[in-house]
Design a protein around this ligand. Structure first.
Ligand SMILES: Cc1cc2nc3c(=O)[nH]c(=O)nc-3n(C[C@H](O)[C@H](O)[C@H](O)COP(=O)(O)O)c2cc1C
Length: 206
């Protein structure tokens, strides 16, 4: 038995779609309970974006998803973070959540749990790898054990096509105007990342 938490932030829905694929993958592993939770939005952002249809529609889609709490992190044996690229690194909303977990860090409560990151960017070279690698820095401070997405199981990465996926984690390209959808190969790799973390978390928990 092991619990997998998928905390994600998604302004326009791409990370949300990837998160659901990660969830599917984790659920495929026997004895796994999965919880998908959204990172709290800033009130200022809600206000500024309230007249932007793509944002409003994407938020509606996520209405049913509960907001992430610190108790969720304690509950989890494995944590898979959904982190869209903001200037080549994580959004402030995600950093705020991580910063609010200082009490758990102080007690070492997350040490030894499995973790992974999936991301999304506007353009192919807009910072998917830098987002995952810079997200890894605070995750290591928490003592989490990083799980990547190796080529062997993810031959889709061996391409010159404009899709996501790297040894660092699953990803997708949203398009400069956000109008692209995750490629089926992106979703497949996201699913495999979910299964992989679930397998590792189960072994670590036992
Ligand atoms: C403030 C801001 C900064 C961004 N910075 C980048 C960036 O550095 N590189 C990039 O390719 N896309 C960038 N984007 C585009 C987002 O990565 C893209 O909208 C996101 O991946 C879509 O995921 P979502 O639909 O789940 O929100 C940025 C978007 C915003 C709003």
């Amino acid at each position: 038995m092991a619990n997998i938490l998928i905390p994600y932030y998604s302004a326009y829905g791409h990370i949300f779609k990837m998160a659901k694929a990660v969830e599917e993958g984790a659920k495929k592993v026997e004895g796994i309970e999965v919880k998908l939770v959204r990172i709290k939005e800033f009130e200022e952002v809600k206000e500024v974006m309230s007249n932007q249809d793509p944002y409003v529609e994407a938020q509606k889609e996520q209405n049913e998803v509960k907001e992430a709490t610190l108790e969720d992190l304690q509950w989890a044996d494995g944590i898979i973070w959904g982190v869209p690229t903001r200037y080549g690194s994580m959004p402030a909303q995600m950093k705020q959540y991580l910063d609010s977990a200082g009490g758990l860090w102080a007690k070492g409560e997350l040490e030894g749990k499995a973790t992974a990151v999936f991301t999304s960017s506007g353009s192919i070279h807009g910072g998917q790898e830098s987002t995952i690698l810079t997200t890894l820095v605070p995750l290591l401070h928490f003592g989490l054990i990083f799980v990547g997405l190796p080529y062997g199981e993810n031959q889709e990465q061996l391409t010159t096509d404009g899709i996501g996926g790297s040894p660092y984690g699953a990803s997708t390209v949203a398009g400069p105007d956000g109008s692209s959808f995750p490629d089926p190969r992106d979703l497949k790799m996201a699913e495999r990342l979910g299964s992989r973390v679930a397998e590792v978390a189960k072994k670590l928990a036992n």
